[in-house]
Design a protein around this ligand. Sequence first.
Ligand code: HEM
Length: 260
Amino acid sequence: MTGASQGTVRHPKGPPLTMTEGRLGAWLVAILDSSVGAKVVVALGGIGLALFAVFHMLGNLKIFQGPDAINAYAHFLKHDLGALLWLARAGLLGIFLLHVVLAVRLKLRTMSARPQPYAYPARSHSHLAARTMALTGILIGLFILLHLAHFTFGWVHRAEMNGQTVHYLDLKDAQGRHDVYTMVVAGFRTSWIAGIYLLAQVALFLHLIHGIPSTFQTLGLQSRRTLRTIRVLGVLVAGVILIGNCWIVTAVWSGWVTPP
Ligand code: HEM
């Protein structure tokens, strides 16, 4: 009898795995390795990321309620959630990485299976968003890196206060909380930063108007009857995120939202 049939699966170089671990690992690898499995994981990850974008935008709209509302909200997220914050951050990062890595691998597989593009281009209404998924994905990835460097680490730009330059993370309100309101105002009063954020929102919109209907199709939830409704839903969700985020940026940039 071999080792495998006795209840263990041996990796040539690694320690022996128990049957359960080996089966679970092999099952996961098989799912991620199959194109259908990878598509389903990309679709589920996309749902998670889109939901994050909606909730993040709704939270950021608190800027219109004034400094206290948004500073209290940011303080709650960062200090009152405890380990849950780190769990959510790790989950978000994991989902993001899986989404990107599997989507890139699927794209490379499709390209190597069909190196020549179709002689007849696809129908025009789905054109731009569908054909630019990889490009808009890269732009969103770059934006997220810039966004973290800008607001989470304060590496990109500094705020001006009483004639002094202050690091974003040193901005405090009267209650000693991180002054996210002043930070966001300082950020979007700077035209080139506001411009980059607005362009990134267009990339996100294009990515979502194709990504949302694709998710329904991959999960087998799209039929001829629901096709139109799903497309409308995609445009609605993507449009709400676009309008909400652009509203924040332009309201600050134009001076409608003023420093405290
Ligand atoms: C106008 C649009 C946006 C505004 C005003 C905004 C604002 C912020 C702020 C203030 C933070 C830092 C919170 C803190 O450390 O106290 C943050 C973090 C973050 N934002 Fe945004 N954001 C915007 C759009 C986006 C978009 C479109 C995405 C993704 C597609 C995004 C993804 C993130 C992520 C991943 C973090 C890090 C969360 C964490 O540290 O746990 N943001 N955002």
